[in-house]
Design a protein around this ligand. Structure first.
Ligand SMILES: Nc1ncnc2c1ncn2[C@@H]1O[C@H](COP(=O)(O)OP(=O)(O)O)[C@@H](O)[C@H]1O
Ligand SMILES: [Mg+2]
Length: 355
C-alpha cells in the first residue's frame, strides 16, 4: 500500500465543527493549506476566525471533524505536542523578563539548557532585526518592537506552522503597514507555513498567498487575493474585499453568441464560462465607472454629491439601477451636483455575480 507523502507544514481541516453549548461557532469547515504559504482567515468580528485558529493550536477541542498538521492527525493532541506556535494579539510578553529571556522561554520549558536557549534566542532576535535588544525589558520597547519579540519567540521554536491572531491590531495605522510587510518578508524568506487572522481586508490582500473568507462559521469563498477581488462569488465577498456597487442586471446573448450584461442602455461583455442568461447582479468597483454625456448606449444617472479629494473626486450618482459610488481620477473635469450624465464601464473592475 502506498501512503500519501507527509508534507511538513501542511494543514488540513476536515469537516471541523465547533459548538459552545448551543452556539454553533464553526459549522463545517474543510480546507487545505500548502506548506510554506501564508493563508489568511478573513471575516467580520464573530465569524469564527479565532476559534478556528485556537482549534489548530490545540487550545480548543473541535466538536466534530479532524485536524491534520504535516499529515498527522492532531485532533486529540494537546497544544504542546502539535508543533505550532502562536502570536497573540496582545503579544503576551512577560513584563518582568528581559527580551532575551522572553524569546528563550519556550526553548527553556522545552528542555534546552539556559545557554543554548539564550543563544538561539539571540538568533531569533536577529531574524526580526532586534539584535542588541536582549537585555531590555519589554516596557522599554515600542509596540512594533514588542510585536517583533513575540514573533521571534514563536519562531525560535521552529514550528511547522506559525499562527497569528490579529497581530497588528494594537499598532497604530502607520506601523501596521510596516510590520505586516516585515512579517510577510520573514515568512517568504524562511519559508514557513503561516495562518494569519484578520478582519482587515486590505491587510489580507497585502500579505496572503490565499485568503479564506469566513461568514458566520462557514467559508464564504477561498482563493488568491486576485481571485477574490476579480471574481467575487457573492455580494458579500464583492463588498467585503474592496468596495463594490452591487446592482441588478440582465444577462443576454449577443448576435455573435457571446453573453453581455445589460443595465439600461449599457452593455458589458461577460466572459465568465459559468454565466447564464437571465437576471443576475454586477459588482462594479467605484473606479471602474466612467462619467460622460448621456447617450443611448449608457446608463442614465444624475449626480447627487461630488467631493474633491486631491487626486480623485468621489461622486454619488442616482440611477434607475440604484445609487452608485464613483471614484473618478479625471479631476480636471468636475461634474456638478444635479447634472445629468451617461455612465459607462471600464473593462476591468466589473464582475458578474450569478443569481
Ligand atoms: N468560549 C466561548 N464560549 C461561548 N461562545 C464563544 C466562545 N468563543 C467564541 N464564542 C462564539 O463563537 C463565535 C465565533 O467567535 P470568534 O471565533 O472569537 O470570532 P472572531 O475571531 O472571528 O471574531 C462568536 O459567536 C462567539 O461569541
Ligand atoms: Mg478573533
Amino acid at each position: 500500500m502506498t501512503q500519501a507523502p507527509v508534507q511538513k507544514g501542511s494543514v488540513r481541516f476536515d469537516a471541523v465543527e465547533k459548538r459552545f453549548g448551543s452556539v454553533v461557532a464553526i459549522r463545517s469547515l474543510s480546507f487545505d493549506i500548502e506548506p510554506g504559504t501564508l493563508v489568511t482567515l478573513l471575516g467580520p468580528s464573530g465569524c469564527g476566525k479565532t476559534t478556528t485558529l485556537r482549534m489548530l493550536a490545540g487550545l480548543e477541542q473541535p466538536t466534530a471533524g479532524r485536524i491534520l498538521i504535516g499529515g498527522r492527525d492532531v485532533t486529540n493532541l494537546p497544544a504542546n505536542e502539535r508543533d505550532v506556535s502562536m502570536v497573540f494579539q496582545s503579544y503576551a510578553l512577560f513584563p518582568h523578563m528581559t527580551v532575551g529571556e522572553n524569546v528563550a522561554y519556550g526553548l527553556r520549558s522545552g528542555g534546552s539548557s539556559k545557554r543554548e536557549a539564550m543563544e538561539r534566542g539571540k538568533d531569533g532576535l536577529a531574524l526580526v532585526g532586534l539584535e542588541g535588544f536582549a537585555e531590555r525589558l519589554p516596557s522599554e520597547l515600542s509596540g512594533g518592537q514588542q510585536q517583533r519579540v513575540a514573533v521571534a519567540r514563536a519562531l525560535v521554536l521552529e514550528p511547522q506552522v506559525l499562527l497569528l491572531d490579529e497581530p497588528l491590531s494594537n499598532l497604530d495605522a502607520r506601523l501596521r503597514r510596516h510590520v505586516r510587510t516585515e512579517i510577510r518578508e520573514l515568512q517568504q524568506r524562511l519559508g514557513f507555513t503561516a495562518v494569519y487572522v484578520t478582519h482587515d481586508q486590505e491587510e489580507a490582500l497585502a500579505v496572503s498567498d490565499r485568503i479564506i473568507v469566513m461568514q458566520a462559521g462557514e467559508i464564504a469563498q477561498a482563493g488568491t487575493p486576485r481571485e477574490l477581488y476579480e471574481t467575487p462569488a457573492s455580494s458579500f465577498i464583492a463588498d467585503f474585499i474592496g468596495e463594490a456597487n452591487v446592482v441588478p442586471c440582465e444577462v443576454a446573448r449577443r448576435a455573435d453568441g457571446g453573453l453581455e450584461a445589460r443595465l439600461g442602455g449599457l452593455r458589458h461583455p461577460i466572459r465568465m464560462p459559468t454565466a447564464r442568461e437571465g437576471a443576475a447582479k454586477l459588482a462594479i468597483r467605484p473606479n471602474a465607472i466612467t462619467l460622460g454625456e448621456p447617450g443611448p448606449d449608457r446608463l442614465d444617472g444624475r449626480v447627487t454629491s461630488a467631493a474633491y479629494l486631491g487626486d480623485h473626486i468621489e461622486y454619488e450618482v442616482e440611477t434607475t439601477h440604484g445609487r452608485l459610488f464613483v471614484v473618478d481620477s479625471a479631476i480636471e473635469n468636475v461634474r456638478p451636483v444635479a447634472s445629468d450624465i451617461g455612465i459607462g464601464l471600464h473593462e476591468r473592475g466589473v464582475a458578474l455575480i450569478p443569481a
